[in-house]
Design a protein. Structure first.
Length: 63
């Protein structure tokens, strides 16, 4: 269970960093382009924040 918690914490930090720094390799992926087309860039950024915080909090809770 500890490995899952560490993975969730790292993944949550990665999602939040990808929102803050707008990594180009994230925004150029095909599925992400479709999501941005459907939700808009602001909606996608909000999704990144919510998922990042959710995974981070869940990882901290499990740790």
């Amino acid at each position: 269970m500890q490995y899952l918690a560490i993975f969730l914490i790292v993944y949550g930090i990665f999602l939040l960093a990808s929102f803050l720094f707008q990594f180009p390799f994230i925004y150029r992926m095909g599925k992400v382009k479709i999501m941005i087309k459907l939700m808009g860039k602001t909606g996608f950024n909000i999704t990144l924040i919510i998922l990042g915080l959710g995974f981070l909090i869940l990882g901290i809770f499990l740790y």
